[in-house]
Design a protein around this ligand. Structure first.
Ligand code: SF4
Length: 88
């Protein structure tokens, strides 16, 4: 119901997230990106995005077929709205 208000499309802009991660890591703290499809994260930060969605609630989109990094990607929650989401 509140998808448009709460969802932040990190595939469109990673500037703020990347800056936040850089600050946290520069202070010696561990940072992880939970539940981020890998292709929505710039390559330099992908090591911080483990596949964290459990198998029973994980799904992939049609566009994921043939993806070279699928085995490392956590995909999407089963209930991820198919008509909303990441632009890139
Ligand atoms: S499997 Fe799908 S969501 Fe994951 S990186 Fe590949 S295209 Fe993106």
């Amino acid at each position: 119901m509140n998808w448009n208000t709460l969802f932040f499309d990190s595939s469109n802009s990673f500037v703020e997230l990347g800056a936040g991660l850089d600050i946290v890591r520069s202070r010696g703290l561990e940072a992880k990106l939970y539940n981020f499809p890998l292709c929505t994260v710039p390559e330099a930060y992908r090591e911080l995005a483990p596949a964290t969605i459990s198998d029973w609630k994980k799904t992939y989109l049609e566009e994921c077929n043939g993806c070279a990094i699928k085995e490392h990607c956590g995909g999407f929650f089963e209930w991820h709205p198919k008509n909303h989401g990441y632009k890139r």
